[in-house]
Design a protein around this ligand. Structure first.
Ligand SMILES: Nc1ccn([C@@H]2O[C@H](COP(=O)(O)O)[C@@H](O)[C@H]2O)c(=O)n1
Ligand SMILES: C[C@@]1(CO)OP(=O)(O)OP(=O)(O)OC[C@H]1O
Length: 159
């Protein structure tokens, strides 16, 4: 097979702060997120999708939350690592599609910047990266504004 599919999911609770990092982009907000790293749910979900396509476990296996070296880490480093694992094995990202779930902040105004940031990190064309967002219609933990979630799927293609 010359293609592999992967999917990923991540959640972080909101906490004190004045911004969230999404897809490597700083998004102003009246909350931050509680996380060991910078708490970028978009990148964490995307890393898990890539790792899933490679059958190489999950982000916590590669960057354990118990390891102090990842405290406050810039999640783009996790993404570069996952991409390198794919490339070493002869795979490259075909495309990725990410959905962010939260009532706020509004993701739409930042989606293009996120696509550009991720495409640059992964050295792929802009149209290989899709960022979407939805509320959960005030239902559940995202609906109550307790946290933010992201789901990602990706296709890896043999180079
Ligand atoms: N955090 C969010 C949530 C939604 N959007 C945009 O609003 C549209 C409508 O959302 P519904 O949940 O009511 O379907 C959605 O399609 C997104 O374009 C957003 O930008 N940020
Ligand atoms: C990213 C890591 C890094 O220690 O920690 P968190 O920022 O808490 O994020 P999570 O999505 O729980 O993934 C686990 C860890 O790999």
């Amino acid at each position: 097979m010359n293609i592999r599919i992967g999917q990923g999911y991540d959640v972080h609770a909101f906490g004190d702060g004045d911004h969230v990092i999404l897809g490597g982009v700083r998004v102003p907000h009246d909350r931050g997120v509680l996380a060991h790293s910078d708490g970028d749910v978009v990148i964490h979900a995307l890393c898990d999708a890539i790792l899933g396509a490679l059958a190489l476990g999950d982000i916590g296996k590669h960057f354990p939350p118990s390891d102090p070296q990842w405290k406050g880490a810039d999640s783009r480093a996790f993404l570069r690592h996952c991409d390198a694992l794919a490339r070493e094995r002869g795979w490259r990202l075909g495309n990725a599609d990410v959905t962010v779930v939260c009532e706020r902040p509004k993701v739409g105004p930042h989606a293009e910047a996120m696509r550009e940031a991720l495409a640059q990190e992964l050295a792929v064309e802009l149209d290989a990266i899709s960022i979407k967002a939805t509320t959960s219609e005030k239902l559940g933990f995202t609906g109550r504004g307790e946290g933010i979630a992201a789901m990602a799927v990706c296709l890896l293609v043999k180079s």
